[in-house]
Ligand binder design. Structure first.
Ligand SMILES: Cc1ncc(COP(=O)(O)O)c(C=O)c1O
Length: 393
C-alpha cells in the first residue's frame, strides 16, 4: 500500500451521501460497501462525452456510426488489455452483462438445461436463471491458503446432472480470482467433453492487479472459442453501470449468425449516452483507469494488512482483480456466538457498515461477507475499524 496521500483520499463521506448514489443511500447512516459502484467519479473524457450528447441533442436512437465506433473501440481496448483481438465485425452491443446471460440462456445453451455456477457467485446469477425457469447447479470453489481452485470433477458432475451452460466469471466476483490460461484450458476440456456451453463474463477484466493478467476465455484455443460467448463492458472499470451499455464478443461464426438472426433488438437496447461514454472510456480514459487500478490495489493491500490486526480470525484471500473482497468470518461468529445468518445485520446495525450477505452468493455461505473496497482509503479504514468494533462485543 502506498502511504502517500492521493486525490481520492480527500473525498468525504458527506460528499458521497450528498451525491445520492445507491451505494450511499440504500442504508442511510452506514458506509456503503454492498453494490459494485466506485466512489471515484468518472474520467474527464467520459464526462465530456456526456456533455457532447447534451450539446448535440443526441437523445434519439443511436446512429450506425456510433455503434461502429463502439465496436472499434472495444476491439482495440480488449486487444491492448489481453493481446487477443476480436474484430469489430464480431462485436455487438447490449444494455448490460446480465442481459447477456439471458441471451446466452435463450440462444446459446440447450433449452431447459441447468445453469452451472462456480460459487461463491455474483448474486443475480442465482435469480436470473430462476426467473427464466432454469435450475442452478452450484460447484463450490476449493479454497486454499492464498488462492482458489476449480473443482473439475464437481464441474464434470454438474454437466452430467443436466448442466448446459457454465457462467464463467473472470475475474471472479466475489473472490477476485484471476484465472490462468492453464485453468481456462482445463475448464474448456470439461465443458467440451459434456457438449455444454459457456457464458464468459469478463466485466472486471480491466481491473486485474500486478503479477496477474487477463486471459480471455476464448483466446486459449479453438475449442473454447467454439463453445463460448463473451460479454464485457466499460461499466465496472470506468464506473458507468447506470449508462447501460455492454458488449458481446463472438468467437465463432455460428453464434454470430444466431445473434444476427435473433438478437438485433437486444443490440439496440444499449443507451445512446452509454455508447458515447463507452467509446470515450475505452479510447481516451486509460490513464484514469491506470490510476484507479493502482489505487484499488493499494486498498486491497490495506485490507490485507489491517484485517489480521483488527479481526484476527477473519480469513481473507487477497483478490487478484476486481474491487470486491470476500471475508470469511465463520470463526469470528463461532467465537462471539453470532448466528452466521445474522452476521450481515449484526454489522449493519452495530457497525453501520453495509456489506453484502455472503449467503446470497451460494448455499452454505452464511458467515461470509462480500465487500466493495472501491472507496477512499480513510473511509475504507473506518469501515474496517467499525466492523472490528462490532465484532468485539
Ligand atoms: C461479474 C458481474 N457480472 C455482471 C454484473 C452486472 O453487470 P451489468 O450491470 O452490466 O448487468 C456485475 C456487477 O457488479 C458483476 O460483478
Amino acid at each position: 500500500m502506498s502511504p502517500a496521500t492521493h486525490r481520492f483520499d480527500s473525498i468525504t463521506e458527506t460528499a458521497l451521501v450528498e451525491q445520492g448514489s445507491n451505494k450511499w443511500t440504500t442504508y442511510p447512516g452506514t458506509i456503503g460497501m454492498h453494490i459494485a459502484e466506485m466512489d471515484f467519479g468518472v474520467a474527464d473524457p467520459v464526462r465530456k462525452s456526456l456533455d457532447e450528447v447534451d450539446r448535440r441533442d443526441l437523445f434519439g436512437y443511436a446512429p450506425e456510426w456510433l455503434y461502429d465506433e463502439v465496436r472499434r473501440a472495444t476491439s482495440d481496448f480488449y486487444a491492448d488489455l489481453s493481446g487477443y483481438r476480436v474484430p469489430p465485425e464480431r462485436i455487438d452491443t447490449l444494455p448490460d452483462v446480465l442481459m447477456g446471460l439471458n441471451v446466452a440462456m435463450d440462444h446459446f445453451s440447450a433449452p431447459g438445461s441447468k445453469i452451472v455456477l462456480l460459487t461463491p457467485a455474483y448474486m443475480p446469477f442465482f435469480t436470473a436463471p430462476t426467473f427464466a425457469g432454469r435450475e442452478v447447479i452450484e460447484v463450490p470453489m476449493i479454497k486454499g491458503e492464498s488462492d482458489w481452485t476449480v473443482d473439475y470433477a464437481g464441474l464434470d458432475a454438474a454437466f452430467k446432472a443436466g448442466g448446459g451452460l457454465l457462467v464463467f466469471v473472470n475475474p471472479h466476483n466475489p473472490i477476485g480470482k484471476v484465472y490462468s490460461a492453464k485453468e481456462i484450458v482445463r475448464i474448456g476440456e470439461v465443458v467440451e467433453a459434456n457438449g455444454a456451453r459457456v457464458y464468459a463474463d469478463e466485466i472486471h477484466a480491466p481491473l486485474v492487479y500486478s503479477e496477474h493478467s487477463h486471459v480471455p476465455y476464448t483466446s486459449v484455443n479453438e475449442v473454447n472459442a467454439g463453445h463460448a460467448v463473451t460479454a464485457i463492458a466499460a461499466t465496472k472499470a470506468f464506473n458507468i453501470p447506470g449508462l447501460k451499455c455492454a458488449q458481446m464478443l463472438f468467437s465463432n461464426e455460428a453464434d454470430l449468425a444466431v445473434w444476427k438472426q435473433k438478437c438485433l433488438f437486444t443490440a439496440h437496447m444499449a443507451s445512446n449516452p452509454g455508447l458515447f461514454a463507452t467509446a470515450a472510456a475505452y479510447t481516451g480514459s486509460r490513464d484514469w483507469l491506470a490510476e484507479v487500478r493502482t489505487y484499488l490495489e493499494g486498498n486491497r493491500d490495506l485490507v490485507t494488512e489491517l484485517l489480521p490486526a483488527l479481526v484476527p480470525d477473519a480469513v481473507f484471500i487477497p483478490p487478484q482483480g476486481t474491487y470486491i473482497g470476500w471475508l470469511d468470518l465463520r470463526a469470528t461468529c463461532a467465537r462471539l456466538g453470532i448466528d452466521p445468518s445474522a452476521l450481515h445485520t449484526h454489522i449493519l446495525e452495530k457497525g453501520k457498515v453495509s456489506f453484502t450477505d455472503g449467503a446470497l452468493c451460494g448455499t452454505g455461505l452464511a458467515g461470509h461477507l462480500r465487500m466493495n473496497f472501491a472507496t477512499p482509503r480513510p473511509i475504507l479504514r473506518e469501515a474496517l475499524e467499525r466492523t472490528a468494533a462490532a465484532l468485539s462485543e
